[in-house]
Design a protein around this ligand. Structure first.
Ligand SMILES: [Zn+2]
Length: 262
């Protein structure tokens, strides 16, 4: 989404009349700010929705408009769905930020399950790259999680009250990661297999097959095999994930923009 710069004076006039704006600093931001007190050194950027010669008055709302958040401009787009014919999961429980009580943490990606993501999802369903990039992780030597690990990790997360990075990594199972530059990395998790030729350093194109859907790394792989067949796909931005800390409606807006359907 484009932004247009305006002079500080014009901006203040618009801000006063419109009553709401998006303030984007260096590198961009997904957050919608309340009307700020600008300083002369700030670069003011006006969202397209507010860019009119004679803006019509709008009533400021206390709740964020899910159409307002703007996807970080550092993220390339549009992304391709990582499963053919995919769509955003219907349930908020399958989105980033959803609680994951079994490991005392929150979800950091999108879950694509059969029946809730517009796609055929079963053992071995092709998992494809969401954008062109370089493979930076491909667990060709992956070893399945064991009953003892499931028990130990369950105890550890309950004791800690959160999931540490190593625990999260184990729960993600067999993985492929693709680096898209600029700190943007996508992760494809719980895979049942990795496609021949996919290894660290290989360049992949959007839509190229990386592996097959599975349930590796999930506790159910041990406790109820065959019941957790799904793709968990993450969009990492540096040390965080796309949509971290925002409500489900905003998460949906950001990911719809990412996939070019909003
Ligand atoms: Zn997941």
């Amino acid at each position: 989404m484009e932004f247009h710069r305006v002079s500080r004076r014009a901006f203040l006039t618009l801000a006063t009349r419109v009553g709401a704006l998006a303030l984007v600093g260096c590198g961009g931001s997904e957050a919608v700010a309340s009307p700020p007190t600008p300083t002369p050194t700030q670069e003011l950027v006006l969202a397209p929705a507010l860019r009119t010669a004679t803006p019509a008055p709008v009533t400021p709302s206390a709740t964020p408009d899910p159409r307002s958040p703007v996807l970080d401009r550092r993220i390339p787009r549009p992304f391709a769905w990582p499963v053919q014919g995919g769509c955003l999961p219907q349930s908020d429980a399958l989105l980033p930020n959803a609680p994951r009580t079994y490991r005392n943490g929150v979800h950091e990606g999108l879950d694509f399950y059969a029946g809730s993501s517009c796609a055929v999802i079963q053992f071995g369903t092709p998992v494809t790259a969401m954008y062109a990039g370089t493979v930076v992780r491909a667990e060709l030597d992956y070893r399945d999680i064991t009953p003892e690990q499931v028990r130990q990790l369950g105890e550890l997360t309950a004791k800690q009250g959160f999931s540490d990075p190593q625990t999260l990594d184990t729960y993600r199972g067999r993985q492929v990661w693709v680096d898209h530059g600029g700190g943007i990395v996508t992760r494809y998790c719980h895979l049942s297999s990795i496609t021949p030729g996919i290894r660290v350093g290989v360049q992949v194109q959007a839509g190229q097959q990386l592996g097959g859907v599975g349930e590796s790394g999930t506790p159910e792989f041990i406790t109820a095999p065959g019941t957790e067949m799904h793709l968990h796909a993450e969009v990492r931005i540096g040390d965080t994930f796309l949509g971290e800390g925002v409500e489900p409606a905003v998460v949906r807006s950001l990911y719809l923009q990412l996939f070019g359907v909003a």
